[in-house]
Design a protein around this ligand. Structure first.
Ligand code: BG6
Length: 477
């Protein structure tokens, strides 16, 4: 529907921003933290910086929270670092790790900012990996359960909103890029065993949250890329539905309906895949009832028919920010992705598509009828201070304005949306392009080549966002 008036946001809408421990904290060897696999991975992404310093949030958290408060935040989504809380396989957690997050939570609450806490955002401790082969071995389930229970017990008196595993779907779909895959040749089969183990960890966390946190609410964090059919050709529509299943819906159906859906069971049969579902697993999954969806959404995709006889093509992401590097995948018998002539793209070939935000919220609401919060959305670009010392990021303002407007339209359409937390508050390390690809509302004065003074410089987008959120979504600038 087209509305005559501009959107109205609910009264207690949570306006904030988002981060993840390994991308923002730095201090990787301080106060007992031991390495995570993603630390080692980040060292391989030369010429970009690794995560040893990142935004140095560990040492700047008070200043960062003050900036959030000045901006008008009412929420902040961040993650806990598993190797900071359990640096080794000891029965006792690391008191210093608990203390850091406890202080951060207290600092947020001091300013009336609601903490939204992710348990797992890619920082697998090296000790867990060495002992259990990462997500490949069911031994990780108890280790994850112990970690999650420790977090609920330590912070559950002050944290209501919990997120289980960040972008489980993306970790499976892009297992090679995100370091989950350990053997490319067998990944087609392994990924579903790994995924099943992740589902069991997610389920344990949901159950433990409800058991240990009074009034605690928990949800998953799918990485969402809405998929349109390339044309009105019915075969393209089915291709779009296939892509939707294999990149998103299989996961979301599992979280909500707590069963593997018919589509994925047929896919496994067709490809001779055994996900290794054992006795008691589905009972555990059945008992894990989520409370809401946290949704990450940056862009959209477009799908068209791909015949079973076609040659497969791997999805090759643009890893260096020079336009035109991306190669779309072909999955014979299911779908292929293709360009969308109706949308622009950024330097990393990511579609700039605000309507995808409204589409996603409508889609998830129509299918699952659960409250939703946006936990990631944002514009990655090269930024640097101008001669006046300020950071002018008009393109980011335009991106955020258009996207938030669509969140508002989805609310007008009847969707239950409870918060918006874009990526990211400060600049932080990107997954593949160090500090070069920046998302922050606040600039961090450092580069991939040199660690500078790490000064915080609010960008133009910070001030624009502040005006918008202080007016609860009325002042669009
Ligand atoms: C999300 C991840 O998918 O995308 C974040 O949860 C990530 O960790 C963000 O940083 C942006 O991706 P990138 O590759 O530009 O850092």
């Amino acid at each position: 529907m087209q509305y005559k008036n501009q959107p109205v946001f609910p009264e207690k809408f949570m306006w904030g921003a988002s981060s993840a421990a390994w991308q923002v904290e730095g201090a990787v060897a301080e106060d007992g933290r031991t390495p995570a696999i993603i630390d080692l991975n980040s060292k391989k992404k030369k010429p970009y910086a690794d995560n040893s310093i990142a935004s140095d949030h560990y040492h700047h958290y008070k200043e960062d929270v003050k900036l959030m408060a000045d901006c008008g935040f009412t929420s902040y989504r961040f993650s806990l670092s598993w190797p900071r809380i359990y640096p080794s396989d000891s029965a006792e957690p690391n008191a210093k790790g608990i203390e850091f997050y406890s202080n951060l939570i207290d600092e947020l609450l001091k300013y009336g900012i609601e903490p939204i806490v992710t348990l797992y955002h890619y920082d697998m401790p090296v000790w867990v990996d060495e002992k259990y082969g990462g997500w490949y071995d069911r031994g990780i389930i108890d280790a994850f359960d112990r970690y999650a229970r420790t977090c609920f017990e330590a912070f559950g008196d002050r944290v209501t909103y919990w997120l289980s595993i960040n972008e489980q779907n993306m970790q499976i779909c892009y297992g090679k890029w995100l370091g989950v895959c350990k053997n490319e040749e067998t990944w087609l089969h392994d990924q579903w065993k790994v995924n099943h183990i992740m589902n069991l960890c997610h389920a344990k966390a949901v159950v433990a949250c409800h058991e240990l946190v009074e009034g605690g609410l928990i949800g998953p964090v799918p990485g969402y890329v809405p998929i349109y059919p390339a044309s009105a050709n019915p075969d393209d529509q089915i291709a779009a539905m296939n892509a939707e299943e294999l990149t998103e819906k299989v996961w979301n159906d599992l979280y909500v309906h707590r069963k593997y859906n018919g589509f994925i069971r047929s896919y496994w049969n067709e490809n001779g895949i055994d996900p290794d579902i054992r006795e008691g697993d589905m009972e555990l999954i059945e008992s894990a009832k989520i409370d809401f969806f946290a949704l990450n959404c940056y862009r959209s995709n477009t799908a068209k028919h791909c015949g079973i006889e076609d040659e497969p093509q791997e999805y090759l992401l643009n890893k260096n920010g020079v336009k035109g590097q991306l190669i779309f995948p072909k999955v014979p018998g299911l779908y292929q992705l293709t360009e969308n002539p109706y949308v622009e793209t950024n330097d990393w070939d990511w579609e700039i598509d605000p309507v995808a935000m409204r589409y996603m919220l409508r889609y998830v609401w129509d299918h699952y009828r659960l409250p939703m919060m946006i936990t990631e959305n944002g514009y990655g670009k090269y930024d640097s201070p101008a001669e006046d010392g300020k950071v002018h990021d008009a393109e980011r303002i335009e991106f955020l304005r258009d996207q938030i407007y669509q969140v508002g339209l989805a609310i007008m359409d009847g969707c239950d949306v409870i918060g918006y937390n874009p990526w990211s508050f400060t600049d932080l390390l990107s997954t593949g392009n160090g500090m070069a690809k920046r998302y922050g509302l606040v600039y961090i004065n450092t580069t991939d080549e040199d660690v500078l003074d790490l000064r915080r410089i609010p960008k133009d987008s910070y001030y624009w966002y502040s005006d918008l959120i202080k007016s609860n979504g009325q002042n669009w600038g």
